[in-house]
Ligand binder design. Structure first.
Ligand code: NDP
Length: 281
C-alpha cells in the first residue's frame, strides 16, 4: 500500500515556519503585506479570498483586501494595481481569477509589478522560471515541489510525467522538475496512448481536471503520484484526477484529495509574500 503524502501536515509545518519568520521580520520593523483584489461576486472566488485572508491573519501577515463590484472598469482596476505597486506596505499583489469578461486578464496580470507578483504569472516571472533563475514561482506547482522535497524524493535522473499543460500548473511544474534534473514528459489531450506514457514514470503529476482519469494499472510499481486535480462529483464529494484506491495498490506514495496538494497552494502564497518582504529588508 502506498504511503499517504499528508499535504495538511506539510502545509501546517511550513505555515508555522512562515509565522515565526514573519515575527522575526516584524521585530526588524517590516510587516509582510499581501493585497488581494477580487472583482465581482463569483462564490468560489469569494471563498478563496476569505481563505487567503484568514491564512494571512494566522501567519501575522498584513492582508489588504479590495472587493470591487463586477462593473469595475479595466481602467479602474489598472489604477488600483498601480497604487498597490507603489504602496510600501504591500509585498505581494494577487488578483483573484477569473476576472469578468470585459476585463483583459493578461493586461491586468502584466500590470502587476514583477517584484510583487506573488502568483508568479507575470511574463517576467515566467521567463525567469524558464531560464532557471526564478524570482516568484506559481503557488500550486511550487507546493508540489515542496511536497516532493518533504518526502525526500530526489528527482535527479528520474522520469517525471506531467499530465496537463496549463500555464498555472502543468507547464510550470514541468519546468520546476526539469530544474531538479528530472527527465520530463508533458502530456495533454492529444497525447497518444497516455497510459503507456504514464507507465514509464517514476513520478506522475496529474493536473487534468478529469475525475479519477489516471488508473492504478497505468502506473509503474513504486511510482510517486501527485494528484493536483480537484473535481466535484455529486453534491459534496471531491475527487482527484487519479483513481486513488487503484493507485494506492501500485504507487509507493500518493497525495490524497482533499488534503494533498490543496492546502499547499495558499501556504506557498504566504511563503512568496514573506520572501518578497525579506527582499524589502
Ligand atoms: P486546465 O483545464 O487549464 O488544463 C487541463 C490540462 O489537462 C490541459 O492541458 C488539457 O490538455 C489536459 N487534458 C484534458 N483532458 C485530457 C485528457 N483526456 N487526457 C490528457 N490530458 C488532458 O486545468 P488546470 O491546470 O487549471 O487544473 C487542473 C486540475 O487541477 C483541475 O482539477 C483543477 O481544479 C486543479 N487545480 C488544483 C489546484 C489546487 O490548489 N489544488 C490549483 C489549480 C488547479 P489540452 O491543453 O490539450 O487541452
Amino acid at each position: 500500500m502506498a504511503k499517504v503524502i499528508d499535504g495538511k501536515a506539510i502545509a501546517a509545518q511550513l505555515r508555522e515556519e512562515i509565522k515565526q519568520q514573519t515575527e522575526q521580520l516584524k521585530q526588524q520593523g517590516v510587516t509582510p503585506g499581501l493585497a488581494v483584489v477580487l472583482v465581482g461576486e463569483d462564490p468560489a472566488s469569494r471563498v478563496y479570498v476569505s481563505m487567503k485572508e484568514k491564512a494571512c491573519e494566522a501567519a501575522g501577515i498584513f492582508s489588504d483586501e479590495h472587493k470591487l463590484p463586477a462593473e469595475t472598469t479595466e481602467a479602474q482596476l489598472l489604477a488600483l494595481i498601480d497604487e498597490l505597486n507603489n504602496d510600501k506596505r504591500i509585498d505581494g499583489i494577487l488578483v483573484q481569477l477569473p476576472l469578468p469578461d470585459h476585463i483583459d486578464e493578461s493586461k491586468v496580470l502584466e500590470a502587476i509589478s514583477p517584484k510583487k507578483d506573488v502568483d508568479g504569472f507575470h511574463p517576467y516571472n515566467v521567463g525567469r522560471l524558464v531560464t532557471g533563475n526564478p524570482l516568484f514561482q506559481p503557488c500550486t506547482p511550487y507546493g508540489v515541489m515542496k511536497m516532493l522535497e518533504a518526502i525526500d524524493c530526489d528527482l535527479t535522473g528520474k522520469e517525471v510525467v506531467v499530465v496537463g499543460r496549463s500555464n498555472i500548473v502543468g507547464k510550470p511544474v514541468a519546468l520546476m522538475c526539469l530544474a531538479k534534473h528530472a527527465t520530463v514528459t508533458v502530456c495533454h489531450s492529444r497525447t497518444k496512448d497516455l497510459a503507456e506514457v504514464v507507465r514509464k514514470a517514476d513520478v506522475v503529476i496529474a493536473a487534468v481536471g478529469r475525475p479519477e482519469m489516471v488508473k492504478g494499472d497505468w502506473l509503474k510499481p513504486g511510482a510517486v503520484v501527485i494528484d493536483v486535480g480537484v473535481n466535484r462529483v455529486g453534491e459534496k464529494k471531491l475527487v482527484g484526477d487519479v483513481d486513488y484506491e487503484g493507485a494506492c495498490e501500485v504507487a509507493s506514495a500518493i497525495t490524497p484529495v482533499p488534503g494533498g496538494v490543496g492546502p499547499m497552494t495558499i501556504t506557498m502564497l504566504l511563503y512568496n509574500t514573506l520572501e518578497s518582504a525579506k527582499r524589502r529588508v
